[in-house]
Design a protein around this ligand. Structure first.
Ligand code: BTN
Length: 266
């Protein structure tokens, strides 16, 4: 992975202007949390391989060497803590736009997955780290299955996940894609940081949502409920109508949304 190439594609002011590169690391999110305090906002921790890549809800994230984009962004937004989980929507919208810019059509599975042909190609894990009551950093970890081959997926994953290479039938330039993601991320992040405005990311998520109109299972701790997704509202919440007619707006948090058929069972 060449830094020089990345710089030539970047149009950002601060996102991706500082890069910490690793051949192999346990998890870029873990590392980003360790260095968050001492690095500039927008620093990217990236690795060719993760030996203990982390997914949401305590899952593992398969991150084979040289085949994907496994990276974490260090952000210092200085906004009220309650607003921060919404940053995940910026990540998803940025990846969606980056793929679009490279001629790849995908969908967003609210709040933080990107899917193509019903299979996952990207996941996002947003974590917060508190230094004290008023000082915190946000780590946005993005994993994109770029050039993985069939053999790189376990039997279980084969039905649920795919890579851009498998979809397109050709290798994708990882550096160009990374630059596109970072460029789009900054564009969506600046209005959020400056005035809490996340409307563009929400619009992108709404217009390209794979869940809208579908029956899904909403899974929380021990409770499972079936409902139909109506929309993503202006706050970025998923609006679901349950069988009993009750309507709920779900704020990302620790819910798992499962499709009733095929994949979409993150
Ligand atoms: C998910 O869909 O469950 C989230 C997956 C997030 C994976 C990325 S890869 C880079 C960063 N480092 C990690 O350990 N996880 C995130």
């Amino acid at each position: 992975m060449k830094k020089i190439d990345l710089k030539s594609y970047l149009t950002t002011n601060f996102i991706g202007r500082s890069i910490e590169y690793h051949e192999s690391i346990s998890s870029t999110n873990t590392r980003a949390k360790e260095v968050a305090e001492s690095v500039d906002e927008g620093t990217v921790v990236i690795a060719e391989e993760q030996t203990m890549g982390k997914g949401r809800l305590g899952r593992n994230w398969t991150s084979p060497k040289g085949k994907g984009l496994w990276f974490s962004l260090v952000l210092k937004p200085g906004l009220e803590v309650e607003r921060l989980p919404k940053i995940t929507l910026i990540g998803a919208a940025a990846v969606y736009k980056a793929l679009r810019g490279m001629g790849i059509k995908s969908h967003i599975k609210w709040p933080n997955d990107i899917v193509i042909d019903g299979k996952k190609v990207c996941g996002i894990l947003t974590e917060m780290i508190f230094k004290n009551k008023n000082t915190y950093y946000v780590i946005v970890g993005i994993g994109i299955n770029v050039n993985l081959d069939k053999k790189d997926f376990t039997e279980e994953l084969k039905n649920k996940a795919t890579s851009l290479k498998l979809v397109k039938g050709q290798k994708i330039d990882r550096i160009r894609l990374l630059a596109h993601v970072l460029n789009n991320f900054e564009k969506l992040y600046i209005p959020f940081k400056e005035r809490g405005d996340i409307s563009e990311a929400i619009k992108i998520s709404r217009e390209n949502s794979i869940l809208t109109g579908r029956e899904v299972k909403i899974i929380r701790a021990s409770e499972e409920k079936v409902g139909k997704v109506l929309d993503i509202d202006n706050e970025g919440q998923l609006v679901v109508k349950y069988k009993d007619g009750k309507i709920e707006a779900i704020f990302s948090g620790e819910v798992s949304i499962r499709g009733m058929e095929g994949y979409l069972d993150n």
